[in-house]
Design a binder for this molecule. Structure first.
Ligand SMILES: Nc1ncnc2c1ncn2[C@@H]1O[C@H](COP(=O)(O)OP(=O)(O)OP(=O)(O)O)[C@@H](O)[C@H]1O
Ligand SMILES: [Zn+2]
Ligand SMILES: [Zn+2]
Length: 795
């Protein structure tokens, strides 16, 4: 006899076996109702197992909630891998796999009463009806003239029900419950004009052909990704930590002990044909990557397969989404865009449309990686370097890496695209794990914009105190553009909290001698601290380089910039995009539309405006403070600044007019700025990778962060110190263990936070060791401990 191993919905992570009643087609991934103590509960079947003889009969499960499994076998496999690798509960992963809207039964499909004509009535019947029941006659002729020979009951008038009932009793019509789609696009969206494929440039053509070759090549073996044995996200016993449940540890199919591969998820690359490798499409800004995606997607659909497109965030990439809609306007009903603001009902319908293969091209952010597309042929991850792909809540998965895994499980082709790929992905190309495709020229054959670097160390003396962020050069350029009716984007690189010390006259920044990241100033005890290794330093009263005494804390916000600019350019129309200004629904869309329509001269923004926007009339992009992001306690700081400068600069000169970029900085010689200035990704990657190798950072190690949080500062600190001591016992040589330290953002949401960083060549070794330490430690009730594998945020 077989039993279903069922994960019960709810936070307690309970797993129980239930007998499967005869004839019930229960397979892994099915949703079921089961008896639990004296009530009924819902759950997900993780496995179907041989029932053991326990000396008593297993309780049978009650029923299947859906006729078919909601989670496909491949997604269930991916889910198990995520639970293991990121050290979170399978329950939390099932929550990610099945959106709330799909799990709760109240959202079930919306239907409407519909009247369907049955055959065609003979003359005699019609004549009789016309005389005796004119209303029934009218309904029949309406139906006969409707294209589908059916009409919603509601459209037949208020009192049609009785007539329809008697028509039904005569067998002339049938009343059915027709499923209707709650169409998220039914109202309010701008009209989309269909467009057609462009003639590709040679580079685009070569990239497309490589991708298409891989799609038509079906020999795609199933990989064994590295799966460390982490159990779950760990919390205090009362809050989240529950005794280990049966079933979750048994991950035989994925947890291959031999797998040792480091980066994204692929173990034995020799087993994969060359065509099967993930592609990294490295194309300079404006090189036409999107056109390559569009044509690859079209071919995939033609081949009868489906397409998944991941973007960093739907609301921030409106132009990319619109281009997909326009290209596939002729099969509009096959496109699903998974916005975060879909209603529960809409989400339910879109999800089922996808699962049934009705929506064959899905566009969405991170969580769309779990869209249940059947026959997946192609996955595109646009702007693959974006940190929004890393989820910062349980389960803390990386959407791009899960996409790579999913592509392998499904035998699909995957294309990661960016003008500034992550060093993780680029190193995978150097290692031969990914295949690099390059677009080196802008598609419209315009040249990349000229980037000028303004040394702000010389500006302080020239300008008045209240507009020190605006150099002469930038001010003059803005004036000129406005006079010419051209548009300007000003970009403010902002980090709210972590402050570094920088000398205003020479630009010197206090850095950690061991880690080469900026030291963070802690006001409370007036000291500088390295948030990676714990190195401490006293605050210099004079600049160590130039002896200037004005060494200061830097940072100003978009609001202030806007105020000052309004004074400096009183006639200009100025608008600001930042998280505060964009709280209102559609505010971003309206503002971008206004900018497109040239109703705004100067647009000020933060990181938000760095992503794939395309405004032909923008001829000047100013970057006000290129340094800020450079001096945060994060080993990816230099990489982020390079990415931001390159992406932002890429917004200039995308039309007929030539573009100009002005970068203001206190550290004009920093490599991130210089390489960005020369549009030199390879140069940047080479020197940055050398630094990463030397200091043992990713992609050469796996890096995880262990954080303790509590409203009681001392408790949080003490807990992490205890964990640190445990971690030090029998520490494997290959693990680099950092000190327990206050987080850069030490207090957040009323909780005190302490963290330590772990690095190792193997994620598995790392996770195992952490798990062992946690098992040995009893966590106090009020403390939450969070494990973040492949951490992307160190705040
Ligand atoms: N083969 C082509 N012929 C003519 N124009 C093209 C071609 N391919 C793309 N374009 C146009 O060039 C512009 C830039 O292309 P696209 O936005 O696809 O580049 P991208 O690489 O995705 O840019 P980014 O990374 O900066 O967002 C668009 O206006 C697009 O319509
Ligand atoms: Zn100095
Ligand atoms: Zn350090």
């Amino acid at each position: 006899m077989h039993a279903a191993r069922v994960l019960i919905d709810g936070p307690s992570e309970l797993v129980f076996d239930y007998a499967i009643p005869d004839g019930l087609p229960v397979v892994p991934g099915c949703r079921v109702r089961v008896p639990l103590r004296n009530r009924s509960s819902s759950g997900t079947v993780l496995q179907v197992v041989e029932a053991q003889d326990l000396g008593f009969a297993l309780r049978p499960l009650d029923s299947l909630t859906d006729p078919e499994p909601l989670i496909t076998e491949n997604l269930l496999k991916a889910g198990r891998w995520i639970a293991n690798y990121y050290g979170c509960s399978m329950e939390s992963v099932v929550r990610a796999l099945l959106p709330e809207a799909v799990r709760t039964e109240e959202n079930s499909a919306k239907t409407r009463k519909t009247v369907v004509l049955q055959g065609s009535p003979d003359e005699e019947t019609l004549a009789k009806l016309e005389k005796r029941a004119p209303k029934q006659h009218t309904i029949l002729s309406l139906l006969a003239h409707s294209p589908a020979k059916q009409l919603p009951l509601a459209e037949l008038g208020a009192s049609a029900a009785a007539s329809v009932k008697s028509l039904a009793s005569k067998g002339l019509v049938k009343l059915i419950d027709e499923e209707v789609r709650r169409d998220p696009e039914a109202d309010g969206l701008d009209e989309i004009l269909p467009d057609s494929p462009l003639t590709l440039t040679d580079e685009q053509q070569m990239a497309l052909e490589a991708i298409l070759d891989s799609i038509s090549n079906d020999q795609f073996p199933i990989p064994k990704p590295e799966a460390p044995n982490m159990e779950k996200e760990i919390a205090s016993p009362s809050a989240q930590h529950q005794p280990r449940s049966p079933g979750l540890g048994e991950l035989g199919d994925l947890a291959s002990p031999k797998s040792q591969a480091q980066s994204p998820l692929i173990t034995d690359h020799s087993a994969l044909g060359t065509a099967a490798k993930p592609f990294l499409l490295l194309g300079v800004t404006g090189s036409g990557k999107t056109e390559v995606y569009l044509q690859a997607a079209a071919k995939t659909l033609e081949a009868g397969k489906t397409v998944l497109v991941l973007v960093p965030e739907i609301s921030l990439t409106p132009q990319t989404v619109r281009r997909f809609r326009a290209r596939f306007a002729h099969v509009q009903e096959q496109v699903a865009v998974l916005h975060s603001n879909l209603s529960q009902g809409e989400r339910f319908d879109e999800w089922h449309r996808i699962r049934k293969g009705k929506a064959r091209i899905v566009i969405g952010a991170r969580s769309a990686v779990f869209a249940p597309l059947p026959d997946l042929g192609l996955i595109i991850v646009d702007e693959e370097h974006e940190n929004t792909y890393k989820q910062d809540q349980i389960p803390r998965y990386h959407g791009r890496d899960v996409a790579v895994l999913r592509a392998h499980l499904e035998g699909a082709t995957i294309v990661l695209g960016s003008a500034t790929p992550s060093l993780e992905s680029f190193q995978n190309c150097l290692d031969g794990k990914y295949q690099l495709l390059r677009l080196t020229k802008r598609a419209d054959s315009h040249s990349l914009p000229l980037i000028r670097v303004v040394d702000m160390r010389n500006e302080g003396r020239k300008t008045k105190a209240n507009d020190t962020f605006l150099s002469e050069r930038l001010r003059i350029s803005i004036e000129r553009k406005i006079a010419n009716n051209e548009q300007v984007i000003l970009f403010l690189n902002r980090r709210g909290f972590a402050r570094s010390l920088q000398c205003p006259s020479c630009g010197y920044v206090c850095e950690c001698p061991h880690c080469s990241v900026a030291l963070t100033y802690h006001r409370t005890d007036d000291r500088l601290l390295c948030h990676i290794c714990g190195h401490q330093a006293i605050v210099p009263r004079k600049c160590p380089e130039c002896r200037d005494t004005g060494i200061f804390l830097q940072g100003f916000g978009t609001q202030k910039v806007e105020d000052v600019l309004k004074k400096v350019f009183p006639t200009a129309r100025i608008a600001r995009i930042d998280a505060d200004a964009m709280r209102k629904k559609n505010a971003l869309r309206d503002l971008l539309n206004a900018f497109q329509a040239k109703k705004i001269d100067i647009l000020i923004g933060t990181q938000m405006i760095a992503k794939g926007l395309h405004f032909p009339n923008v001829t000047l992009v100013g970057i006000l403070n290129a340094d800020i992001g450079l001096h945060v306690p994060d080993f990816r700081a230099g990489e982020r600044v390079f990415q931001l400068l390159t992406q932002v600069a890429g917004r200039a000169g995308r039309g007929e007019l030539e573009g100009e970029v002005i970068v203001q900085t206190f550290t004009p010689h920093s490599p991130s700025i210089q390489f960005a200035r020369h549009h030199d990704f390879d140069g940047f990657a080479e020197q940055e990778l050398e630094m990463r190798r030397q200091f043992h950072f990713p992609p050469f190690t796996r890096c995880a962060v262990l954080t303790s949080r509590s409203t009681h500062k001392r408790l949080a600190e003490f807990t992490l110190e205890t964990l640190h001591r445990r971690l030090k016992e029998d520490l494997p040589k290959s693990i680099l263990l950092g000190d327990p330290l206050p987080s850069p953002l030490v207090r957040s949401h009323g909780q005190f936070r302490f963290q330590l960083m772990l690095r190792a060549a193997s994620a598995r070794t790392l996770a195992k060791h952490v798990q062992a330490a946690l098992t040995k430690t009893t966590l106090p009730e009020e403390v939450t401990v969070v494990f973040d594998m492949d951490a992307w945020s160190f705040t």
